[in-house]
Design a protein around this ligand. Structure first.
Ligand code: ZN
Length: 391
């Protein structure tokens, strides 16, 4: 029978190892988080930053402690965000003292640790008009705490802030849900004190505000205005996401982000819709969609299949927009997100002959260049027609 004994050396090693574990315990509490970045491509010359510039914490009327916000933002694949607690509305102040810089300060460490950009902001909160105005890229929100809203906006503008009108059709202030542009807004606009408007806030889209942005050259924004934990409002499992402002930047710096916002290079990402200027939506579509076999041969009136893939997170809903000569094409087709579809075409006549470049005009219903106006696009295919010989 063998007798196992421990050497002194083994016992010493064991003792030291046990001591080390006691001094430096292994953190069994380490949590794993997974980041899912929205698949919306960069476009030539610009990086597409995913941003949310309207977020609340317990330092105004939100239900969330500030450092949770960058963790949520990281999980949802954002690049930049702004905490914009209300200046004039502090319902938790009996428990949490009013301190306009505190939510930013408490957020900063986690934001920076996870590589997110945090922009210092605040929300001027008045009745309509002028309603609620977000001010971001502030140096200090304290001077915004004044009686006259004009003085508050002026204080923000003097700090170089970007100012935008929040949720102009919010039912809390406009019971019909219809945005109203008041003379007070003209005054702010003419002074150069209003740089953009939220055309999407939480789940609401305001077509009138969209129209004003186009007419008056104002920046379009879409933000969450989140007060709850974000996953209590959006069901990620069913593919929901918070609304985002996509900002087309020359580089990923705070300066470049600010430059792009003032230059109106934004796209609003709302549910399965993108809203923006044609010159930005077109390259987004072109960078996302690829036709793998655009050279085809059609014999007589035969049917051929074209493979079109879409590597973005948006399912593009196309509807035909004009006459197509020589071939029949689907009236409506959805290019599903992150999928490839078979696009069926057919010769209209058996007698066509020779090579032809065919431009098929479509409108993308959920890429909005104006209220109810989809982005015009063309699918271009090269067809070699071979006529059928009569027997
Ligand atoms: Zn708000």
């Amino acid at each position: 029978m063998k007798v196992y004994t421990f050497s002194k050396r083994f016992l010493l090693t064991f003792l030291i190892f046990s001591l080390l574990i006691l001094i430096f315990p292994v953190d069994s509490d380490c949590q794993i988080r997974v980041r899912t970045e929205p698949k919306i491509p960069d476009i030539p010359g610009y990086i597409t930053m995913k941003c949310d510039f309207h977020i609340h914490t317990v330092f105004s009327d939100g239900d969330v402690w500030p450092p949770i916000r960058p963790q949520e933002a990281w999980i949802e694949g954002l690049d930049a965000f702004s905490i914009t607690d209300h200046i004039e509305y502090q319902p938790h102040q009996n428990d949490i003292p009013t301190n306009f810089n505190r939510s930013y300060e408490l957020t900063l460490r986690d934001a920076e640790a996870s590589g997110l950009m945090i922009i210092r902001g605040a929300e001027i909160t008045r009745g309509e008009p002028p309603g609620h105005l977000n001010t971001i890229f502030l140096k200090d929100p304290n001077p915004l705490d004044t009686e006259d809203y004009n003085d508050a906006v002026k204080a923000a503008v003097e700090q170089g802030a970007f100012v935008f009108w929040n949720h102009p059709g919010w039912r809390g202030q406009q019971p019909e849900g219809i945005s109203i542009w008041y003379p007070e807004h003209t005054e702010l606009y003419e002074k150069g004190w209003m740089h953009g408007i939220e055309i999407v806030n939480e789940r609401d889209y305001y077509p009138l505000a969209h129209k004003w942005c186009l007419e008056k050259n104002l920046t379009m924004l879409g933000n969450s205005d989140i007060h709850d934990p974000v996953n209590m409002v959006y069901d990620f499992n069913s593919g929901e996401h918070r609304p985002m402002t996509l900002v087309l930047v020359k580089e990923k710096t705070e300066e470049a982000l600010k430059e792009a916002l003032f230059a109106r290079r934004t796209i609003v990402y709302h549910e399965n819709t993108l809203i923006g200027e044609e010159k930005y939506l077109k390259p987004i579509f072109n960078e996302s969609v690829e036709i793998s076999n655009s050279d085809v041969t059609i014999r007589g009136r035969s049917r051929v299949y074209i493979q079109i893939s879409n590597n973005s997170d948006i399912s593009f809903e196309l509807t035909v927009d004009g006459e197509v000569e020589d071939i029949s094409v689907p009236e409506n087709i959805t290019l599903y997100a992150d999928k490839t579809v078979l696009f069926q075409i057919r010769g209209k006549s058996g007698r066509l002959s020779g090579r032809k470049n065919i431009h098929i005009p479509y409108k993308v219903k959920n890429l909005l260049i104006a209220p109810e106006e989809g982005l015009p696009v063309e699918l271009i295919i090269n067809v070699d027609f071979i006529p059928i010989k009569k027997k």
